[in-house]
Design a binder for this molecule. Sequence first.
Ligand code: ATP
Ligand code: MN
Length: 476
Amino acid sequence: MKRTKISEVLKLPPNQQQLTVMGWVRTFRNNQFISLNDGSTIENLQIVVDFTTFPEELLKKIHTGTSLKISGKLVPSQGKNQTHEIIANTIEILGECDPEKYPLQPKKHSLEFLREIAHLRMRTTTFQSIFRIRNGLAFAIHQFFQNRGFVYIHSPIITASDAEGAGELFQVTTLDLNNIPKTADGLVDYTEDFFGKPANLTVSGQLEAELGAMAFSEVYTFGPTFRAENSNTPRHLAEFWMIEPEMAFYDLNDNMDLAEEMLKYLLKYVLDNFPKELEFLQQRQLDEEKQKPQNERSSMPLIEKLQFCIKEPFERLTYTKAIEILENSSYNKKKKFQFPVQWGMDLQTEHERYLVEKEFNKPVILTDYPKDIKAFYMRQNDDGKTVRAMDILFPGIGEIIGGSQREERLEILEQRMKELNISTEEMYWYLDTRRFGTVPHAGFGLGFERLVQFCTGMSNIRDVIPFPRTPKNCEF
Ligand code: ATP
Ligand code: MN
């Protein structure tokens, strides 16, 4: 008999029909009730087992984690926790699961513990909720851009350029590290390497996306990016996914409008499509918050927070104005910031969160940052000090998007690259876009995991990616 997915079973009117389901046991109570999950929904299906009609040998093999094929009659349930149940006629064990060795027990496990068994944690309701929302968001991102006629560009994963100039690169090489070929002056001889020159994993697809925008006018990338930043924070991964739209004929205001519209579209998509998952995660968060001191608790439950961010227009102000606000804040006067505030500094998460959570109490877009703390390709303002940058800051997360209007004027761009010692010769392919029919353009990068963090209320970024990569951690 064909298998019916539990998601489908729960939609049927229960009227004694014969069905076959397959899945993994969540719990087996009183030798009588199996709670079965097959991952098609976060909900479990109750199976009623008449223990007098099945051999004891068989029943003894049913534990949390055992995989089963069950046929039986679908009937309305008398229980208060479910609407449907199946009265089992036949039970077949597909795979046994030793209860002494299986690490997932029918009780609450800590997220830290589950991270150690990342190959099994997807079987928990928490992670099924998170990864279903993650999957939905990936789909919705494509939908958002495809609906608007943007072209999806696959930017390369291996590159020879360091887009951000941040120097946090994973090198890609086929050289034998125990026997490195050297040049006459004792340096690594990269002509012997696979590409004949140094190469690395990409830190951003933006520069390549700009080439696409100069042909299609509106493009986006959505792919993995890699940063060897040795920062063990709850918001950084060594491997993460980034969405980078790039648009010709957009200025910074158009860029901000698109980013705000996109974020609201995505939050709404999650609210519309994942009510059960959100409900579950919200309850999980509320339980967790009870353990925290009052002042560290998040001010709004998850669902309300998503609704709130859709409704409110994001606050837009310049970096300079933000610094003024921070300087004059009572927080600053009471010396509550770990990093002192002054114009020219890169804002720390504590400052970003102050602006979002204390000052404005909604998402904030900061613009026009000092040029010295931003990348070479951002468009210079006439003041000679700032660039047309924009960062979008979210409650609980800090920076979720970084973007800018790009410098489209060849001489000014070349001048800036020289100041920063970036080779204009090696970057000829990028500068060619400014040589041959340059246009005003803009774009931004959305960190996918930070978005998933926000939508699921998870406080650690490692819990929103199936296989997190962080310093000293690359298992499975
Ligand atoms: P941060 O200051 O938080 O390190 P950034 O300024 O380095 O961020 P960008 O280079 O502007 O970030 O990258 C664009 C987006 O990618 C960020 O807004 C953020 O959402 C995300 N992002 C950056 N670094 C990481 C990381 N290591 N892990 C996960 N997401 C990241
Ligand atoms: Mn960074």
